[in-house]
Ligand binder design. Structure first.
Ligand code: NAI
Length: 328
């Protein structure tokens, strides 16, 4: 058996946490031979509820769980962690503007970024799930000058998985038959799910669907899927978000399949003309714990316009919180 790795989860007593922790503990994320120590962070009023979740994890008698800690202090929860999954965030309250939401979360993610900088493993892999995920990730990164900026990522894997499901339903194939699908940009309704390079059983996906369906149904359905789930379920997607968080970390740690790629929100290096520095979802391949942007894809005018619209939103989000970055 390998030595245990440390996995921090914030917002661990929340809806996503309730699904996510059990998936990590069962080995779905890092493999059935990888023991884990769970380091759970919550706000003080939620610590009691978190204790109940810990009791349930204990009661599963998972073979891979090598320890569980709980805390309401980021410096404790992030001590020596190899993986940090930042799920807890401030939800939008009544009358709260987008700007207020960004600022309320900036306060949380700057503290957590500093704590990661000070106490996490130097190789920590950080995934931000809490919304607005891309910009929260940027805020944490800006507060962690001693870590590589590329260690901070944001989750668009749920959008990627949603797009796979829609395309599979429409074409009568299985999601596993689809490769090379991309979600570009922000985890928001401006995201651009792109099938122009996708393949179904090795054949171009775009040839198998009607262009009208792609533009007028597929794209808006994927973009609005979160809202549709809230409407139907009365609560935001939780188990699917947790499952996608597991997918994101597993792919990052263990790699993409040959000939395929996935979508991850990562710091832009200027590829495809996207503003450098913003956390933007790109097509990436992963190998040996590192990701790389897929280069050289042809981008048509339709795609370019959509990639730029979601880029613009992220630039605006960044500008709204820039004054809170320590080095501005
Ligand atoms: P929830 O409200 O059920 O749970 C959030 C938990 O975070 C609560 O237990 C709360 O006490 C905790 N929390 C709040 N501030 C904290 C802090 N400073 N430190 C530690 N814990 C803190 O919400 P849920 O459903 O679990 O969703 C969590 C976040 O994930 C939300 O921001 C939601 O919008 C986002 N989300 C992102 C998705 C994505 O694809 N990127 C998909 C679905 C949800």
């Amino acid at each position: 058996m390998k030595a245990p790795v440390r996995v921090a989860v914030t917002g661990a007593a929340g809806q996503i946490g309730y699904s996510l922790l059990f998936r990590i503990a069962s080995g779905d994320m890092l493999g059935k031979d990888q023991p884990v120590i769970l380091q759970l962070l919550e706000i003080t009023p939620a610590l009691e509820a978190l204790q109940g979740v810990v009791m349930e994890i204990e009661d599963c008698a998972f073979p891979l769980v090598a320890g569980i800690t709980t805390s309401d202090k980021a410096e404790e929860a992030f001590k020596d962690v190899d993986y940090a999954m930042l799920v807890g965030a401030r939800p939008r309250g009544p009358g709260m503007e987008r700007k207020d939401l960004l600022e309320a979360n900036a306060a949380i993610f700057s503290v957590q970024g500093k704590a990661l900088n000070d106490v996490a493993s130097r190789d920590v892999k950080v995934l931000v799930v809490g919304n607005p995920a891309n910009t929260n990730s940027l805020i944490a990164q800006q507060n962690a000058p001693d870590l590589d900026p590329g260690q901070f990522t944001a989750m668009t894997r749920l959008d990627h998985n949603r797009a796979l499901a829609q395309l599979a339903n429409q074409t009568g194939c299985h999601t596993q038959d689809i490769t090379r699908l991309t979600v570009w940009g922000n985890h928001s309704s401006t995201q651009y799910p792109d099938i122009s390079h996708a393949q179904i059983k090795g054949e171009p996906a775009a040839d198998k669907v009607d262009r009208q369906w792609y533009e007028n149904e597929f794209i808006p359905t994927v973009q609005q899927r979160g809202a549709a789930i809230i409407k139907a379920r009365g609560a935001s997607s939780a188990a699917s978000a947790a499952s996608s968080a597991v997918d994101h970390m597993r792919t990052w740690a263990l790699g993409t399949a040959d000939g395929d790629w996935t979508s991850m929100g990562i710091p832009s290096d200027g590829s495809y003309g996207i503003a450098e520095g913003i956390i933007y979802s790109f097509p990436v391949t992963c190998k040996n714990g590192k990701y790389e942007i897929v280069q050289g894809l042809e981008i048509d005018t339709f795609s370019r316009e959509r990639m730029q619209a979601t880029e613009q939103e992220l630039v605006e989000e960044r500008d709204a919180v820039k004054h809170l970055f320590p080095n501005q």
